[in-house]
Design a protein around this ligand. Sequence first.
Ligand code: SIN
Length: 477
Amino acid sequence: MQLLRSEKLKSLFESLSSPEGIAVINPATEEELLRLKPSLLMELDEQIEQCRIAQQDWSKLAAKERSLILKSWFQLLVEHADDIATIITLEQGKPLAESRGEVAYGASFVEWFAEEAKRAYGEVIPAPSMDRRLSTIKQPVGVCAAITPWNFPIAMITRKAAPALAAGCGMIVKPSELTPLTAIAVVDLAHQAGIPKALLSLVISEQAAEFGQLLSTDPRIKKISFTGSTRVGKILLKQASDSVKAVSMELGGNAPFIVFDDADIESAINGLIASKFRNAGQTCVCTNRLYVHESIKDEFVAVLLDKVSALQVGNGREPTITLGPVITMAAKHRLEANIDQAVQEGAVIINQPQKLPGRFMEPVLLDNIEQGMAIVQQELFGPVLPIITFENDEQVLAMANDTEYGLACYFYTDSLKRIIKFSECLDYGMVGVNEGIISTEVAPFGGIKESGIGREGAKQGMDEYLETKYVCLGGIN
Ligand code: SIN
């Protein structure tokens, strides 16, 4: 933490440290960054109550006042971008350039929703009879809970908290225990900007299941937003159903990346590298399986091998590194087991990945993959790429849709007909056409099927934290 410029942040972390607390580990070096005092289960009840009280006052502020406070938060995030990026690389492992990109991405949600706060419009509805006037108003959902993952330690918090606060809600955030330091810094800056402490607060704990249970069942919490695995999302959905909470679920993905025979190969490969190896393959929207037309496969794979061999694996603090470690040893072992199983089923590793120490992994390209293999159905979440060839459009469409997931998908083609057909027929919430990086604060992020419920970012992201109330005014003669 000595690397940080802000003395305020340094002393904040010092004040939260405890020798017996949760160890935050740098996945690149195995160094212990800090031990943090954990939140206590028995204190959550009071935290929710304080949030409920604070939310009542917050919701009474004019939208413009909330907007101005969010804008100050955005400014503080921009001013502290270097420190936050350093913290992300230290606790999460992604290369510094990617961490800087994530800070800009994370801050963009705060800026966007600061503006959207002023646009929570209701409607006037033409009434079916002249003695009535009908309208709708938008009102905040109330106290919300967010459970956020380690792969985007700032962006997954701001993508939930900014629209919630803009709408007039309060929020309790439980960040991953693997990346709590970014969360602490970001929420502290929110408080410095004028967001009341009780309105936006954190739960720092390794007791994920216990806190998840309380946050998804307490009747004072009106909405739960979760980003993480489909398995945990289903548990939270069941728990939240007892008090009929609103939910947003950003769950797992199994993104196909299709390259047709008329695609621009150079641009498809650049898109694939960005989509597959961003954050060492650890995003829900990362390419999970490559489908390449059989007539261009050899040429495509030759260029791909070249580009992949140029990726530099190592500590993300070093400027030449493009691929950091995977998050835990358990994640590395799971990926190795996925690769071993695929090889047993007939897959062939076509690059020469070295065995690296610790949590580092070189990219692995797997050829000779059949649609029925386990690796095609699993969310890999790491730098491993199965390659499948296809003969025609109908076949690849069926294979791409053959999954319970429906988050993101990508395809490269020059044909307008294909662009229209595949954009419409791929069963996914997001489609990248001749583009491998699609996330932005201005477009709705989210999945269908078992990839989730609801959308984040964009104007749709604000609606997730608003109720529509219908007002029927009668007796007008
Ligand atoms: C995620 O992996 O859940 C988020 C990825 C993104 O926002 O691009």
